[in-house]
Design a protein around this ligand. Structure first.
Ligand code: 6MZ
Length: 353
């Protein structure tokens, strides 16, 4: 395929997004509307300043974490959370995503919104997808609730408790829990993994951000924990701040990895696309799912991430379809939904020849 063929092929692919943080995925348009609805932020000057500082140029993970405060300043009540969720789902649908797992950290705003109301706002919007997605589009949406490792163990416990309640009430929508946040913070092994075990016992799937920075002890414990999926996995390979032992543990676990190319390069945890650990996953046929992470902060789309993977690692059309098959297997969709996604992908392959 030549360059423009790759671009349009990636857009047409019926893609599967497994790693997208709600507040990091807000578009400029969404931020603008939410600012205008907020009396403290509604001047043109403030809106433009806020939007221009939301995008991360090539900086650092530390800089990246400051960006989320910007989104959090506007998603401060249930109506804003609904608008954010609706727009993010619509953006992914417009980009040709057939199956989307959004993850978000339940957040309370004193006197305005409890964590439970935050979750309810997201769930209600997901239930409402057919009404706003348009007659010619189709997208299945699931929700993972996050624990931010920067927050206290009591906050983590509350999030997990709320995730269990939400899963019991909406088992078809709330399907998993995610550990995320600044990897320099928190005692994950001691304080958070035991809470995730409660979630697992209740039937929720587990996704862990793992090894965004080198941390041999924590990464080893995470790899032994047998999560359903891992995010990033940047510093596991020995050439990248990991060790032979960690890399072997990871490969033996066969745990699918959510791969976020632009995020890793823009946060400078990976020095270039060519050097990305996706090269090893491809070579060793370890399962992975190409994902966006925070499409707003990183100015990307899932189609662009597929395009980057295709161009950097010289992937054929068939290999790109295989990436989607792996993501379907790794998803937290039901067996029937997975079958449906696989048959959609087969129909796509047949149509494309
Ligand atoms: C770790 C990340 C992240 O939950 O408010 N988040 N955590 N590594 C990353 N890689 C760059 N990108 C996003 O979305 C924003 C939150 O997602 C997590 C952070 O905890 C951030 O505060 P929600 O919807």
């Amino acid at each position: 395929m030549d360059t423009s063929d790759v671009e349009s092929f990636c857009l047409r692919l019926p893609k599967v997004e497994l790693h997208a943080h709600l507040n990091g995925s807000l578009s400029e348009d969404t931020l603008r509307v939410l600012c205008m609805e907020n009396p403290d932020l509604s001047s043109d000057e403030k809106i433009n300043a806020l939007i221009s500082s939301f995008h991360l140029k090539n900086r650092s993970l530390e800089e990246c974490f400051k960006k989320f405060d910007i989104a959090h300043a506007v998603t401060i009540n249930p109506a804003a959370v609904k608008k954010a969720t609706k727009d993010v789902i619509s953006d992914f649908a417009a980009d040709g995503v057939a199956y989307l797992e959004i993850r978000t950290t339940p957040r309370s705003v004193p006197g305005v919104m409890s964590k439970r109301e935050y979750i309810q706002a997201v769930v209600d919007t997901i239930k409402d997808v057919p009404s706003f997605i348009g007659p010619n589009k189709f997208i299945v949406v699931k929700l993972l609730l996050s624990v931010n490792r920067r927050e206290s163990p009591a906050e983590a416990e509350e999030n997990i408790r709320e995730a269990i309640v939400a899963n019991a009430a909406h088992p078809d929508i709330v399907v998993g829990v995610d550990l995320s946040g600044n990897p320099k913070c928190g005692n994950v092994v001691q304080d958070i993994l035991p809470l995730f075990t409660q979630a697992r016992i209740s039937g929720l799937k587990i996704a862990l951000h793992c090894a965004e920075i080198p941390n041999e002890y924590e990464v080893e414990e995470m790899l032994k924990y047998n999560a359903d999926r891992l995010g990033h996995g940047t510093c596991v390979h020995p050439s990248h701040g990991g060790t032979e032992r960690l890399w072997k543990l990871f490969l033996d676990s066969k745990t699918p990895l959510e791969v976020c190319l632009t995020s890793n390069v823009k946060c400078k945890t990976v020095e270039s696309y060519e050097n990305h650990h996706l090269q090893h996953l491809l070579q060793l046929q370890h399962p992975f799912a190409i994902s966006t992470d925070d499409k707003g902060v990183f100015s990307t789309t899932l189609s662009k991430e597929f395009e980057l993977a295709a161009k950097t690692f010289n992937l054929s059309a068939l290999e790109l379809c295989h990436c989607i098959e792996m993501a379907i297997h790794a998803s937290f969709a039901s067996t029937d939904e997975k079958k449906q996604l696989m048959s959609e992908l087969s129909a796509f392959k047949t149509k494309e020849g």
